[in-house]
Design a protein around this ligand. Structure first.
Ligand code: MLT
Length: 323
């Protein structure tokens, strides 16, 4: 009798859940952006969100929850109800690096369910225009001559721009003065205004200002140039071989979100990434779309775990302190 009751309850629960998934989404969905509005992660969320609305038939609201290198926004998402109405957008910094730096109190790999990888772009070394350097070798010489005095804008400890800055420091063997912001949008504003000296930024954030002549670019942290900026050399060409960082981004939901709902969200992301208008927007700022086979929840999970293995030893060795 008791076993029958359990089976009936389980069946009813499955019925309710799948009915819930069938009718999902019944209200607007919130995507939590862990950095300031106007930055690269925010831009991704808004471009994708607008296209996902068409597939899902519900508005995707963007909520910027900033601070602590993105950990505050990610924490808000991980503790949300696993019902498909709260998404976490993030990247190598927020969903890999921060796990090796901050006492998060949750597990970036196991407390989220992956939805899809959405984009990647190499980092780009940029400076304000009146830095006395015309190329990367001169920039590195200038930084060495001003060891510990050159200011570098970041989106906070553990963010992509900070982590890339630390890696850059290590490779050139001098210290930078990191200036944390709530995202690289405000950092870029200060770079254009000459308040800070440089940023190791996502190409998608800085390229429009480089193309407008408002800031100077020295090298793409990749083996290949970016089609959107053919004149900008790779770091290998410019004299810092091996300084390669690809900042990939993804979307996750809280652990335990029904699989049918994850599948619907994934399908909406895949639709968006196949949309020519979205692809054009991405290409204009140097963003790559992952191949279709890499747009599955399983592929994001595998990539995230591989990046944890790859970068955590370097991050731990760098002994990065959370201010
Ligand atoms: C942002 O959107 O501001 C960036 O993703 C920050 C970063 O990680 O550098």
């Amino acid at each position: 009798m008791k076993r029958l009751t359990v089976a009936v309850v389980a069946m009813m629960l499955a019925l309710v859940t799948s009915a819930g998934a069938q009718n999902y989404p019944l209200k607007p969905i919130t995507i939590i952006v862990p950095f300031a509005a106007g930055g690269p992660t925010d831009a991704l969320a808004r471009v994708l969100g607008e296209r996902m609305r068409q597939s899902l038939g519900q508005t995707i609201l963007v909520e910027n929850v900033t601070g602590a290198g993105g950990t505050l926004g990610v924490a808000r998402a991980v503790h949300a109800a696993p019902d498909g109405y709260t998404l976490s957008i993030g990247h190598l910094g927020t969903h890999v690096v921060n796990g090796a730096i901050y006492p998060l109190g949750f597990d970036l790999v196991n407390d989220f369910d992956p939805v899809a990888e959405i984009s990647s772009n190499p980092m780009l070394i940029v400076s304000k225009n009146d830095v006395p350097a015309k190329n990367l070798k001169e920039l590195i010489a200038w930084i060495k001559a001003n060891d510990g005095k050159v200011s570098a804008g970041t989106a906070g400890v553990g963010s992509g721009s900070h982590f890339a800055g630390v890696y850059f420091e290590q490779l050139i063997g001098v210290k930078l003065q990191f200036v944390p912001y709530r995202g690289t949008a405000p950092a870029l504003q200060d770079l254009v205004a000459g308040q800070i000296d440089l940023i190791v930024d996502q190409a998608s954030n800085s390229l429009p200002q480089v193309q407008a002549g408002k800031i100077r670019a020295y090298g793409i942290a990749s083996t290949k140039r970016v089609p959107a900026a053919p004149a900008v050399p790779t770091v290998d060409e410019a004299g810092l071989p091996g300084f390669h960082i690809e900042l990939w981004s993804g979307i996750w939901v809280p652990k335990g979100t029904p699989k049918d709902i994850v599948a619907k969200l994934n399908a909406a992301v895949v639709d968006a990434l196949a949309d020519p208008a979205v692809r054009k927007r991405f290409a204009e700022v140097g963003l790559d779309v992952p191949p279709r086979a890499q747009q599955t929840p399983e592929a994001l999970a595998a990539h995230q775990q591989a990046e944890v293995k790859k970068w955590w030893p370097m991050i731990k060795a760098a002994n990065i302190k959370v201010q």
